[in-house]
Design a protein around this ligand. Structure first.
Ligand code: HEM
Length: 461
């Protein structure tokens, strides 16, 4: 790799790549390793091309990351891959921009206030306890798939008051197709509009229409019932801006957005946490002790959340090593300057949680799983922009508190009953960076039933 700074004054340093593809081949081979090497080789801001004209700038310094999130001069918008999701989620919170985004955010925010999240907490533990009843007698499960079912059921229940079995049955399949083909769409440099009847488009359109029917039915039923639920749908239906409520189309876009943004990330966070706990039985043992101490003979409930400090640390540390959102992008609307370098209109700025969270200047022994590092005031001691699993600035994840509570409570309900260990069957576990960072071949784990209060373990056979 050569430094191009001299050839292109002002542009951040980076590899030349080939004239047509740039660094596309190296990137595709292993995106995470590519990004990490890029930052380690070229420093705080580095530049590379994927394809003949698409230029990316990776930022790897907390202060600059914070500046990008703050975007004081309002010259950045969501990157092209997120924009391509508009075909699915329309103008929902994730994809909308500027004044319209701000308006939407104000209307949705009340659904994520602390008072509501406490109520969601009860539903989270109930849904999890119900779903894991089907684990009884099993000795091995694909924990990645199970977490996807649990988090989808939790979103359906908490946001739309849907019965979780009904939710999984009617949403699960179209959602799976949308996730799979939506990812293909996001990754493709060129997308045909959805109405062009090529095979992928037909399937994606079919799945979106199926989910649309479900969502419009939920809206219609709620309107007709006249019931007042304190869930996201209820809050959005009552919300007013300039005296006007949301149209059905706006409601649909927001519900679709929450379905899409609100389950896979947390499912992957949980899967990675179980994976790490399987690799580190001594850390899992600490969590068992905490759960037994806090919950005694009773079942896990939302009020326990405040007392689960070791569980929270394990979740923070899991999101450090395997951040479900491993990179976020912004596109420059005008030429601008960042860290003394020139960024051109149309270029994409990348902020990678995966790379920054493994920076040894802020995290000692960065590749080691060490939940205790998050005890005390560690998080507060970090500069802003060094640890950002939920992003930052005006576009910070609206579900950040929700998903932290969800991850902790789901873990607690499961670990109260089970110990997990790695399965020796199936392929080696490998991170797969798609929209979110997920275990490539799923995650098989062995289940061991714990026999109760004193933590003695039995077999679930
Ligand atoms: C571990 C779980 C989660 C992670 C790691 C995560 C991560 C993120 C990140 C990094 C962003 C910012 C993207 C950007 O700046 O381009 C974001 C935005 C968003 N997230 Fe999450 N998220 C999680 C869970 C959730 C949940 C549970 C919900 C909903 C219930 C949710 C809904 C959203 C929405 C609607 C946005 C767009 C916010 C806006 O632009 O105003 N997320 N998330």
């Amino acid at each position: 790799m050569t430094n191009r700074k001299e050839l292109h004054p002002g542009r951040p340093p980076g590899p030349n790549g080939t004239w047509f593809k740039g660094s596309l081949n190296e990137f595709k081979k292993d995106p995470l390793a590519f990004l990490r090497t890029q930052a380690e080789t070229f420093g705080p801001v580095s530049s590379f091309r994927l394809g003949p004209s698409q230029r990316f700038h990776l930022v790897n310094e907390p202060e600059l990351i914070s500046a990008v999130f703050a975007d004081k001069e309002k010259r950045l918008v969501k990157s092209r891959d997120i924009q391509s999701l508009k075909a699915i989620v329309g103008e929902g919170l994730l994809t909308s921009e500027k004044a319209f985004h701000l308006k939407q955010r104000r209307m949705i925010q009340p659904a994520f206030r602390h008072t509501h999240i406490a109520k969601y907490g009860e539903e989270m533990t109930e849904v999890t306890a119900q779903i894991i009843r089907s684990w009884e007698g099993k000795t091995e499960i694909n924990i990645a798939d199970e977490m996807m079912d649990i988090t989808l059921a939790i979103i359906a229940k908490t946001m739309f008051s849907m019965d979780f079995e009904e939710g999984s049955r009617i949403i699960g399949k179209p959602m799976e197709t949308i996730m799979k083909l939506g990812i293909r769409r996001m990754r493709s440099p060129f997308n045909l509009p959805l109405w062009v009847p090529v095979r992928d488009n037909r399937r994606l359109k079919g799945a979106v229409e199926e989910l649309d029917r479900v969502i419009y039915r939920i809206i219609e039923t709620r309107k007709r019932s006249g019931e007042n639920h304190e869930d996201l749908l209820g809050i959005l239906m009552q919300a007013k801006e300039d005296g006007k409520g949301l149209t059905d189309r706006q409601l649909r876009d927001e519900l679709m957005t929450i379905f899409l943004a609100g389950h896979e990330t947390t499912a992957n966070l949980l899967a990675w946490t179980f994976y790490l706990l399987g690799q580190h039985p001594e850390e899992q043992e600490k969590l068992h002790r905490e759960i037994d101490r806090v919950t005694g003979d009773g079942v896990v409930n939302a009020a326990h959340f405040m007392s689960f400090s070791a569980l929270k640390n394990a979740v923070w540390e899991s999101m450090r090593l395997y951040p479900p959102a491993y990179v976020v992008g912004r596109q420059a609307e005008t030429d601008l300057e960042l860290g003394g370098y020139r960024i051109k209109k149309g270029d994409t700025i990348l902020l990678s949680q995966y790379v920054m969270h493994r920076n040894a200047s802020y995290f000692s022994e960065p590749d080691r799983f060490d939940p205790d590092r998050f005890s005390g005031g560690f998080m507060k001691s970090l500069p802003a922009g060094a640890y950002f699993p939920f992003g930052g600035g005006a576009r910070i994840c609206i579900g950040n508190h929700f998903s932290l509570m969800e991850a902790v409570l789901v873990l607690a309900v499961i670990l109260k009953q089970y110990r997990v260990s790695p399965s020796d069957r199936g392929p080696a576990v490998k991170p797969q960076p798609l929209i979110t960072l997920r275990p490539k071949y799923g995650l098989l784990m062995n289940l061991h039933a714990r026999s109760g209060e004193n933590g003695e373990e039995g077999s679930s056979k």
